[in-house]
Design a protein around this ligand. Structure first.
Ligand code: FES
Ligand code: FE
Length: 378
C-alpha cells in the first residue's frame, strides 16, 4: 500500500521505535505514569445530570479517593475524600445521600459547608488557638464542559484542551442529552494500548468489517493521510461515512430526529471525533453522541466505559429499539477491546523490546510524544 504522507509528517523517512515494551506492564512505569499523567490531567467523572441533588459520590482517580458533592443548589463541588480531623473517609459508598448543605464526617461528626470550610468540630471542643479556617476540606479542581464533569488532582491544572477545540461540539445540544445506554468492560490491556489502537486504522480492514463498510476510507487501512495535512491546514479532517449513511447504526440510518443546529459538513461527515487525552473521546453523530472513557485499574487492566447520549425525544419514540441502535458501535468497541487484549498478550516476549511505527501510524507517534512529554515534565 502506498500512502501519500503530508510533507510535515515526522515519519517520512524512518520508522521510529514505539514506547518500550515494559511501558505496558511494568509496575514502576505504571506508578510513574499515574503521578505524571493521571494525577495531573483532567479526568472524566460522569455526566452532570447523572448525580442527583443532595448526594455525595465517591470516585477514584490515580489511586486517590475524591468525593463529589451535589448540594441543594444543584452545584457540583469536589474534594479529597478525607476528613481533616483524623483522616477518615467522608463518603463510604459509591453514592450516598446527604442533606445538601453540610458534609458530615461519619466518625466524630466534624462538618464542612458547601465550600468545604470546617464549620463544626462535632463532639469535640477545640482549644482557643485552633484555627478552623485552616482545616477545610482539600479541594479538587472541577470543570463542567457540555454536561461532562472533569476533575483534576493537580494543584495547578493544565489548560483544558480537547484536540479539535473547545467549541468542537457547540452545534450539539450536549447539555440536554441523557445517557440511554452504557457499555462497561474491563480489558486485559494497558490503557495506552487502547489509545494506540484508536490512533490507527491499519487494523480496520481485518478487525472491523462492518465499520470499514460504513466508512470507506477505513477499508484501505488508513485514517486518511491527507486528513492530517488538512488538520495542519486548520481544516476539518475526519473522513465521511459512505454515501447515504447518516450515522453509526446497523443500517446507517439516523435513529431519531437529527440535531437541528449541525452544519451541513457535520451532517455529511456523519461523525465528529473529539479526543481528550488521557481520559476519553467523544463522537458526535447527527442523531446521538457516544462518549468513551478509559480508567487504568492496573498496568495490564483498563476499564472501558462507553455512554450513548440521546435527546429525550429520541428515546421517547414509540417502539424505539435501543439495543438495535447501540449494537453497531458496541460491536466495534468489542472488536477493538479484543484486539487490544491480543496486543497485550504478546508484549511480555523476552525478545521484544519495542515495536516499530509505520508511516501510517503518525497519530500513535504523536501520542507517544505526548506521553514522553508528560513523563519528562514530571
Ligand atoms: Fe472525621 Fe474524626 S475523622 S470527625
Ligand atoms: Fe478500531
Amino acid at each position: 500500500m502506498n500512502v501519500d504522507l503530508p510533507p510535515n509528517s515526522p515519519l517520512l523517512d524512518r520508522c521510529p521505535e514505539a514506547l518500550p515494551a515494559r511501558a505496558y506492564y511494568d509496575a514502576d512505569w505504571c506508578t510513574r505514569e499515574c503521578a505524571a499523567i493521571w494525577a495531573r490531567q483532567w479526568v472524566y467523572a460522569g455526566r452532570h445530570d447523572q448525580q442527583p441533588i443532595n448526594t455525595l459520590r465517591r470516585i477514584e482517580i490515580a489511586g486517590q479517593s475524591v468525593v463529589l458533592a451535589r448540594g441543594g443548589d444543584g452545584m457540583l463541588r469536589a474534594f479529597h475524600n478525607t476528613c481533616r480531623h483524623r483522616g477518615a473517609a467522608l463518603c463510604q459508598a459509591e453514592q450516598e445521600a446527604y442533606n445538601g448543605k453540610l458534609i458530615k464526617c461519619p466518625y466524630h461528626a466534624w462538618a464542612y459547608d458547601a465550600a468545604g470550610r470546617l464549620v463544626s468540630t462535632g463532639y469535640a471542643t477545640p482549644t482557643a488557638d485552633f484555627d478552623k479556617s485552616a482545616h477545610g476540606l482539600f479541594p479538587v479542581h472541577l470543570k463542567l464542559w457540555n454536561g461532562f464533569v472533569f476533575l483534576c488532582l493537580a494543584d495547578t491544572p493544565p489548560d483544558f484542551t480537547p484536540d479539535i477545540g473547545l467549541d468542537a461540539l457547540d452545534n450539539w445540544p450536549m447539555a440536554n442529552l441523557v445517557v440511554g445506554h452504557v457499555l462497561e468492560k474491563d480489558m486485559a490491556c494497558n490503557w495506552k494500548v487502547f489509545w494506540e489502537n484508536y490512533n490507527e486504522c491499519l487494523h480496520c480492514p481485518g478487525i472491523h468489517p462492518e465499520l470499514s463498510d460504513l466508512v470507506p476510507v477505513y477499508r484501505s487501512g488508513i485514517m486518511s493521510a491527507e486528513e492530517r495535512a488538512r488538520v495542519a491546514a486548520g481544516e476539518t479532517a475526519q473522513p465521511a461515512l459512505k454515501p447515504g449513511a447518516r450515522s453509526w447504526t446497523q443500517t446507517g440510518a439516523a435513529c431519531g430526529p437529527e440535531f437541528p443546529d449541525l452544519t451541513e459538513e457535520e451532517r455529511q461527515r456523519g461523525h465528529t471525533f473529539v479526543t481528550l487525552y488521557p481520559t476519553m473521546y467523544i463522537v458526535g453523530h447527527v442523531d446521538y453522541v457516544r462518549a468513551v472513557t478509559l480508567t487504568p485499574l492496573g498496568p495490564e487492566t483498563t476499564r472501558l466505559r462507553a455512554e450513548w447520549l440521546f435527546a429525550p425525544k429520541t428515546l421517547a419514540q414509540p417502539g424505539f429499539d435501543l439495543e438495535g441502535v447501540t449494537r453497531f458501535a458496541n460491536t466495534v468497541l468489542m472488536q477493538d477491546g479484543a484486539a487490544c487484549e491480543m496486543n497485550q498478550r504478546g508484549l511480555h516476549c523476552s525478545k521484544f523490546n519495542a515495536g516499530r511505527l509505520m508511516p501510517q501510524e503518525f497519530a500513535i507517534y504523536d501520542f507517544h510524544q505526548w506521553v514522553r512529554e508528560q513523563m519528562e515534565r514530571a
